[in-house]
Design a protein around this ligand. Structure first.
Ligand code: CDP
Length: 221
């Protein structure tokens, strides 16, 4: 029997991570934040002096990563790096290395290893299109750029980081353009993914929407 996967993809700061984690909690499934893997890889590269355009070096680094997730915390080589990888700078670095095909290929197995019983909810850019292309439910979760910039702003302020709304808006538009334009695993809504537009929708409603869609998709309705 195959293990259920719910794949939630979408642009930066759409709220897909929060929704995915809450859906996982509601179903008792595991949760994978695939963006954190790209962020940790970029962070590890910077720590170890591997250039962000050194495709072979980054792919080698990625297969040897000593990475562990524990709730929202991420551990690299036994050190908590959750805060360090969630800065906008780390997001930019992640998006740069994410365009490199050899690195993406090196991270495939690592990501697929998170598929464990009773099921997995995961979020990213290519969870439904590439990594878990046989997912039971694929959702493309988005919101307008202005709403997303506002969400990211509040998230950063809550964590005690400095933030500037117009700089954030520009930053996420640039990052989305790069993620959508790249040749491998671009950010896109695939034909088999259901669109969830959340510009005027709160977290609770978005979580319920995914749960209802999953019930229908898995034939439990
Ligand atoms: O939190 P936010 O949505 O801004 O970013 P993230 O999901 O943590 O991902 C950071 C970067 O990693 C993105 O801009 C993508 O370039 C890249 N990424 C990717 O290419 N594929 C994934 N499955 C997840 C993230």
């Amino acid at each position: 029997m195959t293990i259920s996967v719910i794949a939630i993809d979408g642009p930066s700061a759409s709220g897909k991570g929060t929704v995915a984690a809450r859906v996982a909690q509601a179903l008792g499934f595991h949760y994978l934040d695939s963006g954190a893997i790209y962020r940790v890889t970029a962070y590890a590269a910077q720590q170890r002096g591997v250039a962000l355009d050194d495709e072979v070096g980054l792919a080698q680094l990625a297969v040897g990563l000593d990475l562990r997730f524990d709730g929202v915390e991420v551990w690299l080589d036994g050190r908590a790096v959750g805060d360090a990888i969630r800065t906008e700078e780390a997001g930019r670095a992640a998006s740069r290395i994410a365009a490199l095909p050899a690195l993406r290929a090196a991270l495939l197995q690592l990501q697929r290893g998170f598929r464990k019983a009773p099921g997995l909810v995961t979020d990213g850019r290519d969870m439904g299109s590439v990594v878990f292309s046989d997912a039971d439910l694929k959702v493309f979760l988005t919101a307008s750029a202005e709403v997303r910039a506002d969400r990211r702003y509040k998230q950063l302020i809550e964590k005690g980081f400095d933030a500037n709304l117009s700089a954030l808006l520009q930053d996420l538009q640039e990052r989305d353009a790069r993620d959508a334009a790249r040749a491998v695993a671009p950010l896109q809504q695939t034909a088999d993914a259901q669109l969830l537009e959340t510009s005027n929708m709160g977290i609770d409603d978005a979580v319920n929407w995914v749960l209802v869609a999953y019930t229908k998709a898995s034939g439990m309705a």
